[in-house]
Write a protein that binds this ligand. Structure first.
Ligand SMILES: C[S@@+](CC[C@H](N)C(=O)[O-])C[C@H]1O[C@@H](n2cnc3c(N)ncnc32)[C@H](O)[C@@H]1O
Length: 367
């Protein structure tokens, strides 16, 4: 099998969807167009903000989010950016999805071979009784067709996983060879912050296809690594992908709000970009479950969209736009969530919390 063309700095693996010439051309066009819009059209946000800010911000009373939204969105330049961003985002899923539909039989067969191999490194445990929480089942988060959990074929579907890999590893620049840069960055941050932590068992919560899980295999080579998600097709794909990349991970289908693991099972629990896609109750329940699953001295870590504290109004506008226009309805709620307060309510000591990373978006709580 020949390796298909990728983008500079990215590498192929056996579970990667293989677009034909025309499909690749279509995908490359959409990716390039999106980058171009980011580079040349998105700067209208600070430019328009400069114009509207003096009108909406009163002395001693900055504009509320709805006031800022109304002022910004009444400007034609913002309307143009908004429409271009949304429509090219949809086009990206469509371009990748069409090619995957054609290649799906091969991908399913490959995943089955990894699953059934008696030489596999990790494992895959699916549980059809797991119910996808409403915050994921009622909406196609970030306009991803079918979301993370919908099977598009009768047996052993991997479509959602392949789509995620194509869009977030290959489509997004600057995410590393296999979309693993965020996991490389967070695992090194954790090691730096907690030099005495020598985890034997680690859990990734909301792992999708395990892009951020795999770097933890390298960062903590002596640990047993588990990864959970509610979506079966992303887990099937993620397990096969990990095997293809020679990484040992135990994937299982579980709801992070109420898992099947025993109390005190893990030394380190981490999540990447999970919380901004969950409801307020979901956030609270996942924190509580994380606390239950940690051994004393264990660490719960999260990397997600930063909180409102010190956030610039242009950034607040951008995330508010995402909340209302990009099928990400929980972003504003998450930005306004006091992570230390939630952690304290479930039992963590806020004095032991650590925060850092880019935009101060990494949080770690020690039990
Ligand atoms: C943005 S993706 C996470 C990306 C992934 N962590 C990474 O770094 O590539 C959010 C994931 O969380 C999963 N998820 C949402 N709610 C969940 C829950 N209650 N339990 C387990 N997984 C959940 C979704 O199915 C989805 O795969």
């Amino acid at each position: 099998m020949t390796e298909v063309p990728l983008r500079a700095g990215q590498r192929w693996h056996a579970m990667m969807p293989q677009p034909d010439h025309d499909e690749m051309a279509r995908q490359t066009f959409v990716w390039s167009l999106r980058q171009e819009i980011r580079k040349t059209v998105e700067p209208v946000i600070p430019a328009v903000y400069k114009k509207v800010a003096p009108k909406v911000n009163k002395p001693g009373r900055p504009a509320t989010i709805p006031e800022l939204r109304r002022a910004m969105q009444s400007e034609p330049q913002i309307q143009m950016w908004s429409s271009l961003r949304r429509s090219t985002w949809e086009a990206q899923w469509d371009a990748a999805g069409l090619a995957i539909e054609r290649d799906l039989g091969r991908l399913i067969d490959t995943a089955r071979r990894y699953r059934d191999s008696n030489q596999k490194l990790g494992s895959l445990e699916l549980d059809p009784t797991v119910v996808t929480p409403r915050y994921n089942s009622e909406i196609e988060i970030h306009v991803q067709p079918g979301g993370y959990h919908v099977d598009v074929t009768e047996h052993d579907d991997v479509f959602a996983g392949a789509l995620w890999d194509r869009v977030y590893t290959v489509g997004e620049p600057d995410r590393g060879e296999w979309g693993d840069l965020p996991g490389i960055a967070t695992s090194s941050w954790i090691k730096e912050q907690f030099p005495d932590l020598k985890p034997k068992k680690i859990l990734d919560v909301g792992c999708t296809i395990g892009q951020s899980t795999l770097p933890y295999c390298d960062a903590f080579p002596d640990a047993e690594i588990h990864a959970i998600d509610v979506g079966a097709p992303v887990l099937r794909y993620g397990h096969a992908r990990a095997e293809a990349l020679g990484k040992k991970v135990h994937f299982s289908q579980q709801d992070a709000e109420k898992t099947r693991f025993k109390d005190g099972s893990f030394d380190l629990i981490f999540s990447h970009l999970l919380f901004h896609e969950t409801s307020r109750t979901g956030v609270e329940n996942i924190f509580r479950e994380g606390y239950r699953l940690l051994k004393p001295g264990g660490v719960m870590f999260l990397d997600d969209i930063p909180d409102r504290n010190g956030m610039e109004q242009t950034t607040s506008f951008f995330f508010d736009w995402m909340t209302h226009n990009a099928a990400e309805p929980f972003i504003n709620g998450w930005i306004d969530t006091d992570r230390h307060a939630v952690a304290e309510r479930v039992g963590f000591d806020r004095k032991k919390a650590k925060q850092g990373g880019p935009q101060n978006r990494f949080f770690a709580f020690r039990k």
